[in-house]
Design a protein around this ligand. Structure first.
Ligand code: DAV
Length: 365
């Protein structure tokens, strides 16, 4: 393991030598798009994962109908699925290392059932890097409120130690207020959450250089967007995409930039006009995903639609990581000029997402 050894050596050095090394090294946090060459990345770990027991109205609005009954406290995902998901995440980490990417992992073996949580396998929801700044998302789901702290805070401290220019913004006390869901629900409201405190999931945003494109959803409100804006480095701004998705939660199975100038999109959720209305995309090649993805027979997609082919991880605008058995997507991305790197990931898919969800890019470019 390049990563483990490297940091141990670095830590053993005297401060002045460490400073020399870190000033000649790549930074620990520096990324503001989805396609520049990936240099450092977080890959999640499942831990003792369970169905997140969010508010029933939230589950009803966002989760697949046939699985809604499973989202109750302390209900573990099937053991076999978790074990295989963990192995797939390790395999992804190994692929990324082999491709020359520095890989960071959270703590292993966290008992999310005891914590009343979910998993550490989906860090994209909880962290977003913009320039030198890594922002912790103020989750709407209170069962996820301790996820980053529990699994990732040790790693985040390490990042800050490695790079004095890295800025890490932990969620603030105001974002923990448990006031988001009105009871009874008002049928007229488009979203389950109100605007009483900032809420967003980082996966509701995609970075396109100085422009960040986001969506409102059942987990992202206007106060959340303002909160994100207020913590961005100078020179970045957020624009909200017009998405047609009554169940919206996370934009990363709706649009996928494969490289600068080329974006694939979910044609039932977003239109070419809506995309092109954003100046940064005005001259891009915008390609609708050409077929309806099919869920595998097993394991079940407990938490998502089958549109996970759009939840890929781009390494550098030429290479993209794709589910190993997904021949149709591999062919399609190949036709768009991408080299597909295959990684088995069906069991990670089962518990909530694919390669984009399970990672956070820290350094690109
Ligand atoms: O299509 O169910 C999945 C995105 C997960 N971050 C969907 C959205």
């Amino acid at each position: 393991g390049f990563d483990g050894k490297f940091y141990d050596i670095n830590r053993a050095l005297t401060p002045s030598i460490r400073m020399t090394i870190s000033s000649t090294n790549t930074p620990a946090v520096q990324a503001d798009d989805e396609w520049s060459p990936l240099k450092a990345v977080i890959v999640g770990r499942a831990g003792r994962a369970c169905f997140p027991a969010a508010h029933p109205e939230m589950i009803k609005a966002t989760m697949p109908t046939e699985h809604v009954h499973r989202f109750i406290p302390k209900n573990p995902f099937p053991k076999d699925i978790i074990e295989k998901a963990e192995a797939e995440l390790d395999f992804l980490a190994a692929i990324l290392k082999a491709e020359g990417v520095r890989v960071y992992r959270p703590l292993s073996g966290i008992d999310w059932i005891a914590e009343g949580g979910y998993t550490g396998a989906m860090p994209r929801d909880g962290l977003i890097s913009v320039g030198n700044t890594l922002i912790e998302a103020p989750f709407a789901w209170s069962c996820r409120s301790r996820e980053i702290k529990l699994a990732y805070s040790q790693m985040l401290r390490q990042l800050a130690e490695e790079d004095e220019n890295a800025r890490i913004v932990y969620r603030s006390a105001e974002t923990f207020a448990d006031t988001l869901i009105n009871e009874p629900q008002d049928e007229k409201d488009q979203w389950v959450i109100n605007n009483s405190r900032p809420a967003f999931d980082a996966a509701d945003f995609m970075r396109f250089g100085s422009t960040i494109i986001g969506q409102y959803s059942h987990v992202t409100n206007q106060a959340g967007v303002e909160y994100l804006r207020s913590h961005l480095p100078v020179g970045y701004h957020v624009e909200m995409l017009n998405v047609n998705d009554p169940h919206a939660m996370h934009i990363d199975a709706t649009i996928l930039p494969l490289r600068e100038g080329l974006l694939v999109y979910h044609p039932y959720k977003v239109t070419e006009d809506a995309l092109r209305a954003h100046k940064v995309l005005a001259n891009w090649n915008l390609v609708p995903f050409p077929f309806i993805p099919q869920a595998p027979e097993w394991p079940p997609l407990y938490m998502t639609s089958a549109w996970l082919p759009l939840n890929a991880l781009v390494l550098d605008g030429e290479r993209v990581i794709v589910e190993a058995s997904d021949e149709r997507t591999i062919k399609f991305y190949g036709e768009l000029g991408m080299k597909c790197i295959k990684c088995p990931f069906k069991h990670v898919n089962s518990i909530g997402g694919s390669f984009h969800c399970a990672t956070v890019d820290l350094v690109r470019g």
